[in-house]
Design a protein around this ligand. Structure first.
Ligand code: FAD
Length: 250
């Protein structure tokens, strides 16, 4: 029996290892479009706070580890189509300069394509406008950006946003933490608790509630120079970071 797993992050790796545990004879193929397996999304904070020296340490598995567990891993391989009648996944492999099209037949298919962060109602002109850090590549770019800038707008006052605030305040950055809800951490705490938390925030953290980012402004060098909020307010800042909930890629 052959199982193909699309996506080589936490869910895909857990599924592959579990399959091998319950039945070592199952043939498991894992297709991952990037060349990174199991990158831990919150590691940017560990790096900024000096807990780890290199983001490369923040991975839960390597290709050789999984191969040694008899899991066939195909990195740089993006599933682009599924033929459910033929039971076949069509994928583009980008190891060589020219991508090649490969077909992977399966008896069972697992979709573990995860999620990406995006915000509705915000039309972005280019990736330069928003700093994202879910993947290793994005986190590496985020470190370059965050090291260079001082005033940072963070979209999303949830767990991800607050964790980043903690790391960035230690670096004495000026932070605008923006949320469309009328309270911070609204999924987790009542106002009674969040009000106490807000009194403990350092002076360099400014909370903006009931509003969202409508537009990101760039200067002549294509660097972020400010944002326009849905409440009409304009703020000058040097970077805008997404700290919002990811939405499924399926
Ligand atoms: C900034 C941030 C901080 C976070 N911090 C925490 C935390 O502290 N604790 C916690 O528990 N969770 C945290 N999370 C959530 C956590 O990252 C996710 O729950 C987790 O990554 C989900 O794992 P997954 O395998 O389902 O999907 P993902 O990690 O999203 O992985 C999906 C994989 O599928 C691949 N893929 C997608 N489409 C294709 C395709 N067509 N072909 C081949 N491959 C494909 C992608 O490249 C990716 O590697 C955080 C998330 C973010 C964004």
């Amino acid at each position: 029996m052959r199982v193909v797993i699309i996506g080589g992050s936490h869910a895909g790796i857990a599924a592959a290892r579990h399959l091998k545990k319950v039945n070592p004879n199952v043939e498991v193929l894992m297709l991952e479009r990037s060349n990174v397996l199991g990158y831990i999304g919150s590691s940017l904070n560990l790096y900024l706070e000096g807990t780890i020296a290199d983001l490369d340490e923040a991975k839960t598995a390597t290709v050789s580890q999984l191969m040694s567990e008899n899991i066939n891993v195909f990195i740089d391989t993006e599933a682009i189509d599924i033929d459910t009648e033929k039971k076949e996944v069509v994928a583009l492999t980008k190891i060589e300069q020219e991508p090649t099209k490969d077909h992977f037949s399966y008896d069972y298919l697992i979709l573990a394509m995860g999620s990406s962060q995006y915000q509705t109602g915000l039309s972005l002109q280019s990736d330069r406008e928003i700093t994202n850090y879910k993947t290793l590549e994005q986190a590496q770019q985020a470190i370059d950006t965050l090291n260079k800038v001082n005033k940072i707008a963070i979209i999303g006052a949830g767990l991800i946003g607050f964790e980043l605030v903690e790391s960035l305040t230690k670096l004495r950055k000026e932070i605008y933490l923006i949320d469309r809800m009328d309270n911070v951490l609204f999924r987790y705490f009542d106002e009674e608790i969040t009000q106490k938390l807000l009194t403990k925030l350092p002076d360099n953290v400014h909370i903006i509630l009931n509003s969202n980012v409508k537009e990101v402004q760039l200067d002549v060098n294509e660097s972020v120079s400010g944002i326009i909020l849905t409440n009409g307010q304009t703020l000058s800042c040097d970077a805008v970071v997404f700290a919002i909930n990811p939405r499924p890629n399926v």
